[in-house]
Design a protein. Structure first.
Length: 351
């Protein structure tokens, strides 16, 4: 038995290359908490707890308060039982799901370190590399929009996920501008839309009709309605042929099961930051059994948090859509042990 010796954490704040704007709000910098678990004998692991526009209640002060309490709870516990420990923490802190998820990654990595297991090999070896999309935030300022489009094109991205707001005329104008730029400069580009809960069933239908008339090809539409509008999702499933991917609606396995049983979606966006490792794998298993598509996504995170999703996605090969662009919003080249980045591509080194 190897006991947990200490849990430490520190706040990280970094400016973004461009504001991250959605229908829910705007952020100009990354603010997260890095949490490290140290074991007796010296092995350790680090995870990340981000803050999110979508989950405003889990502030840095809330994260810090929960981690202070958790530190006293888990000191001396055996790292071999970390998964059961995480289960208990989720029950004790149901609203601090990102905090527990970041701690779970730290515990998991400390466990791997105690066994001299490389994370890059743990999940398997299905893929040696991944290609992520890039987010185009919701910008009504055309100059700011054009600057970000120019930067993403210069870095070689082929797949673009545009944040839309539910204001259909405005959304279509922004989408058309993006589409024109990509038509001219990016052969074979792919377009995705993310509503971030900004639509109603009526505005979603209006948007779908406009898209059909425009003949612009859209690969998927992520989380158009509020997370709890289950009846709304039942209605819009019949509206068109664009696959609907749920994000904020699915935090836990029970949410995924409800989505499957009520046929609310074509697929789900799994984020380790919101669901953690074990729960994410359970959601993925259910989605695959139910013939639902899988996206792996992220918050605005450093490579400490993002790397956990990169390793999982590349190792398992489970995911139809890769949305792991958070670190590209930060200045500097994304770096992490056993992961090489070049534009939209992650290459994994396995030992």
């Amino acid at each position: 038995m190897i006991p947990i010796e200490d849990v430490r954490f520190r706040e990280v704040s970094r400016p973004l290359r461009t504001p991250f704007s959605t229908s829910l709000g705007r952020k100009r910098d990354l603010r997260s908490m890095l949490v490290s678990v140290r074991l007796a004998g010296g092995a350790s692991g680090t995870g990340e707890v981000p803050t999110s526009i979508a989950f405003k209640a889990e502030t840095l002060s809330v994260i810090r308060r929960v981690l202070v309490e958790v530190r006293e709870t888990i000191r001396g516990s055996s790292i071999e039982g970390y998964s059961e420990l995480v289960d208990r923490l989720r029950i004790a802190h149901p609203s601090a799901f990102m905090t527990v998820s970041g701690l779970e990654v730290a515990l998991f990595r400390a466990f791997l370190a105690s066994r001299s297991i490389r994370e890059s090999s743990y999940w398997g070896d299905r893929c040696s590399g991944l290609e992520t999309d890039i987010t185009i935030p919701f910008f009504t300022d055309e100059q700011r929009l054009d600057r970000w489009i120019d930067w993403t094109i210069s870095r070689g991205f082929k797949t673009y996920k545009l944040k839309v707001s539910g204001e259909v005329e405005q959304d279509m104008a922004i989408l058309s501008r993006l589409h024109r730029a990509l038509e001219k400069r990016v052969p074979g580009f792919v377009l995705r839309l993310d509503g971030n809960q900004g639509f109603t069933p009526a505005t979603f239908l209006a948007m779908i009709r406009r898209l059909e008339k425009s003949a612009m090809a859209i690969e998927l539409f992520e989380q158009p309605l509020p997370g709890d509008d289950l009846r709304g999702y039942e209605k819009i499933r019949a509206y068109g042929s664009i696959p609907i991917i749920l994000d904020e609606t699915v935090l836990r396995l029970s949410d995924a099961r409800r989505a499957v049983e009520n046929n609310l979606c074509d697929g789900m966006n799994i984020k380790i930051a919101k669901s953690g490792l074990a729960e994410s794998m359970k959601i993925a298993a259910l989605a695959r059994e139910s013939d639902k598509r899988l996206m792996i996504g992220c918050m605005t995170e450093t490579m400490v948090g993002l790397s956990a999703a990169v390793f999982l996605a590349a190792g398992t090969g489970y995911f139809d859509y890769i949305d792991l662009d958070g670190s590209h919003f930060l200045f500097g080249k994304p770096t992490y042990p056993d992961i090489t980045t070049q534009g939209p591509f992650f290459t994994i080194t396995r030992g």
